[in-house]
Design a protein around this ligand. Sequence first.
Ligand code: AHR
Length: 598
Amino acid sequence: ITVRADRPGPRISPTFYGLMTEEINHSYDGGLYGELLQNRAFRDDSRAPRHWSLISDGGGAGKISLEPGLDPSLRVDIERVDKGQRVGVANGGYWGVPVKPNTTYHVSFIAKVSPGMRAVEVGIEPTKGGADQASRQIAVSGADWRRYETDLRVGRAPASLDNRFFITAANPGTIWLRNVSLFPPTYKNHRNGNRIDLMDKLSAMRPTFLRFPGGNYLEGNTIAERFDWKATLGDPAMRRGHQGPWGYRSSDGLGLLEFLQWAEDLHSQPVLAVFAGYALEGQHIDPGPKLAPFVQDALDEIEYVTGDVHTKWGARRAQDGHPKPFPLKYVEIGNEDGFDRSGSYDGRFAQFYDAIKAKYPRLQLIATAAVRSRKMDLLDDHYYRSAVEMARDSGHYDGYDRKGPKIFVGEWATVMGRPTPTFEAALGDAAWLTGLERNSDLVVMECYAPLLVNVNPGGAQWPTNLIGYDALTSYGSPAYYVQTMFGQNTGDVVLPAEIALASKAATSTPAPHGAIGVGTYRTQSEYKDVEVTHDGTTLYQKDFSQGMDGWGTRGGRWSVVDGALRQTSNAPDVQAYAGDKNWTDYTIHVKARKLGGA
Ligand code: AHR
C-alpha cells in the first residue's frame, strides 16, 4: 500500500464520527437511563400494575390494584400479616434488578397510608429466596401524598441480577404508591443520570456529536405520540411519559435536558432533530398556519438549548439545573420524511427553514429527504444493508455532485447478526466507513444505528445493534470496535492510497463502483424496494409495497457469479420491517433479467 502524504486530499470534518440515539430496544428505560424499576409510575398499562406483584409471606393476605387516572397509583391492601412476617409488593426490574458489591442504591417514592400504618420496609432481595441484599425501615404516616427517600447499601455480596425490589409492611392497612424509583450510582453522579458502564463504552468511541431524539421516536406513530420535548422537562416524578413507536411506553425520565447533559458528558455537540409535522402512520400537517405552532415549538426548543438565562426558555433551562447554554450547530428537520407520501415535506421544510434561519442564521439545517424549495445545508442519508452490499458500495459517494448539499449519513449499519452484529458485519461496516471518510469533502458526519440494545427476549425490536446489555453487564459488538477504532484515530486530511495487488496496481481513489445488490431502501416514494444494478443498468426491480406492508427492505445478498446474477447466501436474503413492528425474514427467489427483457 502506498499512501501519498505529498498529495493531501480533502479535510476530514472534526465532527465526522458521532452517535445516533432514540428510545428503541429499551435504549433508555431498561438501558442507559439509570432507573432500575420497570413501570415505576404505574402508567405502562391503564388496567393493571404491570411488573408489580404481591408478596405475602407465611399466612399473610393482601391484594394489589391499580388506581388509574391522570396520576395513577398502586394500592396495596394488607389484610392479614402473621407475626414476624410481611405483606407488600415487589418489582423485578428490567429482566432482573442488578446488585454490585459495595454499592449504594437510592430509593425514592411518593406514598400515602391508612391510619395506623407507621412503617414500611424497602429493600432488594434475591428472587429465589435468601438474605436481603440490603433493606431499610422507613417511617410513614398521613393520608396526604408525601415523598420518601433512602439509600440501600449493598455490602460484599457478589454481583448478581436475579433480584427484586420490595416494599412491605408488618401490619394490616393500606398503602398507596406513586413513582417508586431505585437508582444505582450514575455517570458523573448526576441525579436522574445514566448507567456508568454504558457511558464508559460510549465515551471510548470519542463521539463528536449525539443525534437525538430519533429516528422514529421523534415522529411517534401519531402526532400526539411525537417526542413532545416540553413534556419531558422538570421533576422526573411528574413526567407523564408517552407511548413510543417501538411497542412500549417511555417514562420520559431521559428527557430533553438529559439528552443535552449526555452529549455534554461525552464532550459531544447535540445534533437536535425537531418534530416537523409528520408521524409514522402518515398523519401530517400541511404547510401554513396549522404548522406554525410546531415551528414555534422548534424555535422554543432551540432557545431552550442555546438561549441565555434572559430568554424565556434559557431561563427555564437554568431553572431545570443547567444555566450554561449548550453549543448547537446542526438542527435536523424531521426524520425520514421521504416516507410522507402526501409530498408535504418540501413545504414543511421551507416553513421551518425560514423561521429558524431568520432567528438563527448560523445554524446548519439538515433535510431528511431531498427538497427543491430551499437550499439544503445537509441531507441525511440512511442505509441498512448486508456486508457484501456495504463493501461493494463503499464507493457510493465517489461520483456524487459536489455542488449539492453536504451529506450526513445519519443512520446506517450492516444488518447481520442478532441482537448485535457479527464479525462479517463489522468488516462490511469498516469497508463502508473507509468510503465515507475518503469522501470527506462531501460527507461531513456519520453515525451508526441503532446504538443500544437490551438483549433480553422482549428487549430488542431491531435486529442488529451496536452495544448489547442486560441490567447488570454490557458488551461491545465487533462493529462497536470498528466504530471505536475509527473514532479514536481520526485523521486531519484524506491521503490518496494506492494498493498493489500481485503485479497489478489498483487505486483506491475512486474505489471500484461494483454496484451490485443496491437496495433502494426508503429512497423512492413509490417503494421500489429492491433494485439490482450492474454497470449502471437496472437488472431487477421489485415493488414489495403490498407483500411487505410498504416497509423497506433491509439487505439482500446478490452477486454476479460466472456472468449471471445470483443469490449467494442461504441466509434469508431480505428482511422486511413489517407494520406490526416485528422483523420478518423473507426469502426472495429472483431471476436476473434486464427490465423489459425476456
Ligand atoms: O434505526 C432504526 C430506525 O430506522 C429509525 O428509527 C428510523 O429512522 C429508521 O427507519
